[in-house]
Design a protein around this ligand. Structure first.
Ligand code: PXP
Length: 244
């Protein structure tokens, strides 16, 4: 069974639009868990554009499944992670101007620094994942620095699917890259996750990858929830990624 991590950043985006107390991130997480989410993901960005510090501390107390803390390898945020002790930390690159996390982390070029961050988080009892592009050399670098898991960036996969569907050569090439990176992750005994841009149309192709542990999905679930309610949006996705 492929697990489903639901990213609830955009519940916080809506709340921050008015800086009110609704919609509650804590309530949203509870509904997602009751509907079958295996973990809840929240990204505390350096600019605090959506999720706030109090959300992370509140989620840590209320979540009954697993808390996946998405974070940049930044000193302030590392200190918060060590204090909160989420079940998982996913290290991502972060740029102030981007709308969302645009590319994977370059682990290969920053091995020394990232090995130190991984060691600090692991020492706090946190399982550490690296958000990387589907590139075999990046997977190998993650293994070398002692990461527990990789999350393969499916942004390009989703973009190519949207442009020309599953038969386009760009899409097939990207899927092949994801397959190769996945195989390497499994060989290196890294837990294998994927996410970014996955939705109710494009997720089908990628669920067939053997050894896939978890998808992290946010935007498409929250967008669908506006029309169907959050519980239905989560249930439908959980079913879809586990259909034969
Ligand atoms: N995984 C990571 C590391 C991300 O940065 C994001 C976006 O916040 C997601 C998964 C979820 O992407 P989406 O919101 O497009 O489903």
């Amino acid at each position: 069974m492929i697990k489903l991590g639901v990213n609830i950043d955009h519940i916080a985006t809506l709340r921050q639009a008015r800086k009110e107390e609704i919609p509650s991130v804590i309530e949203a997480a509870k509904i997602c868990e009751e509907a079958g989410a295996d973990s809840i993901t929240a990204h505390l960005r350096e600019d605090r554009r959506h999720v706030q510090d109090f959300d992370i501390y509140g989620l840590r107390k209320s979540i009954k499944t697993k808390l996946n803390f998405e974070m940049a390898a930044n000193e302030e945020i590392i200190k918060i992670a060590v204090d909160v002790k989420p079940d998982f930390a996913c290290i991502v690159p972060e740029k102030r101007q981007e709308l969302t996390t645009e590319g994977g982390l370059d682990v290969k070029s920053n091995k020394k620094n990232l090995a130190d961050v991984v060691a600090r988080l692991k020492k706090a009892g946190i399982v550490v994942s690296m958000f990387i592009d589907a590139d075999v050399s990046q997977v190998l670098a993650c293994s070398e620095i002692g990461a527990d898991a990789v999350e393969l960036h499916t942004g390009k996969y989703a973009k190519f699917f949207k442009e020309n569907g599953a038969i386009s050569s760009n899409f097939r090439t990207e899927l092949e890259r994801i397959l190769n990176a996945s195989q390497t992750a499994i060989q290196k005994k890294l837990s294998l996750n994927a996410g970014h841009g996955l939705d109710y149309d494009n997720a089908k192709q990628i669920c067939k990858i053997s050894g896939m542990n978890e998808f992290n999905i946010g935007f498409s679930i929250v967008a669908k929830a506006i029309f169907t309610g959050l519980a239905t949006a989560v249930k439908d996705m959980k079913e879809l990624i586990n259909k034969d």
